[in-house]
Design a binder for this molecule. Sequence first.
Ligand SMILES: [Fe+2]
Length: 191
Amino acid sequence: MLSRTEASQILVKYGAEARWVEHCIAVAAMADYLAPLISRSYRIDTDFLWSTALLHDIGRCVTHGPVEHGVAGYNLMMELGHSEEAYVCASHILFGLRADEAADFGLPRESFVPCRTEEILVTLIDYLIEHDRPVTLTARFSSLRKRNADNEFFYSRLDRAEKAAIHFMDQISGSIGQSLEEVVLSHAIML
Ligand SMILES: [Fe+2]
């Protein structure tokens, strides 16, 4: 498992000055902000949470394809020998890919679905941050639908992804005793 320093070095090496890096930093910052609150109800590895939040979009150094950047990130992290982080690159796409979907995009024929709490949180926080600003799930999915209207595969699975996001957000909100969405929205990220 990567240390925070190693994860940062990978982002700097492959992301350099790219604009998408700002999103990665914002998601990681939000993960760190939420970690103490969530740790009261869930056992989480805060370093793994932060590192995977930082690297979930590392595949954008290769492509911005809505599914393809997850595949590229998976391949890159596997090449670097970091299979746990690679899994998050693939599984954050659409809140998870079935084995047949994964295989269609060149991933191993196995399901890539966020299972560990950290994996679920990275995917959820990603959906609560539009570029580097907190947004509602409704706004984020509306934006995704607008931007991907011509991508039949991706667009047709956004309903499923949104349902998963709502399910996990409700579950976590119930456990921590407050709305996760409101907590995220009330926190201004200063980059
Ligand atoms: Fe992504």
